[in-house]
Design a protein around this ligand. Structure first.
Ligand code: ADP
Ligand code: MG
Length: 136
């Protein structure tokens, strides 16, 4: 499924809709440059999961756990798989109740579980983003 959103709110709404329809466990891998809308999408997704807290970019931490076993992972500061070892990813990948969302998932593609959903974000213009969802 490929969608072009015309503003940040539309991207959030898309995330919210998907958040409402997810079943557990789920691993969402988000790919795309800085500013392409990954965190914006996850803010909506969290809302769709019923999470009250606002999702922010975990700047200095790589992983943040929210209520209802939602894990937000941001690998922007990771350069390779080696650096990702020891972050506890194995544990959350094997958590049967978890919803895991990984920004910059391309940085650890060698260790991503096969069973996952890939979401690609592209910058089109100042307010437009192209979002591609595999298997949705
Ligand atoms: P990323 O997490 O991919 O780095 P963010 O979601 O943090 O990206 O930032 C996206 C920025 O682009 C936000 O400032 C947001 O307001 C803006 N924006 C403009 N148009 C859109 C759109 N259609 N979808 C998502 N974000 C948009
Ligand atoms: Mg982000």
């Amino acid at each position: 499924m490929e969608i072009i959103t015309d503003n940040a709110q539309q991207t959030q709404k898309l995330g919210e809709k998907i958040g409402r329809s997810l079943s557990r466990p789920e691993i969402l891998c988000l790919y795309g440059d800085l500013g392409s809308g990954k965190t914006t999408f996850l803010q909506g997704l969290a809302k769709g999961l019923g999470i009250k807290k606002r999702i922010t970019s975990p700047t200095f931490v790589f992983m943040k756990q929210y209520q209802s076993s939602f894990f937000h992972v941001d690998l922007y500061r990771i350069n390779n798989v080696k650096e990702a070892k020891g972050l506890g990813l194995d544990e959350i990948f094997n958590n049967p109740k978890a919803i895991v969302a990984i920004e910059w998932a391309e940085r650890i593609k060698e260790i991503l579980p096969k069973k996952r959903t890939d979401i690609y974000f592209d910058y089109v213009s100042k307010n437009q983003r192209k979002i591609n969802l595999s298997g949705c």
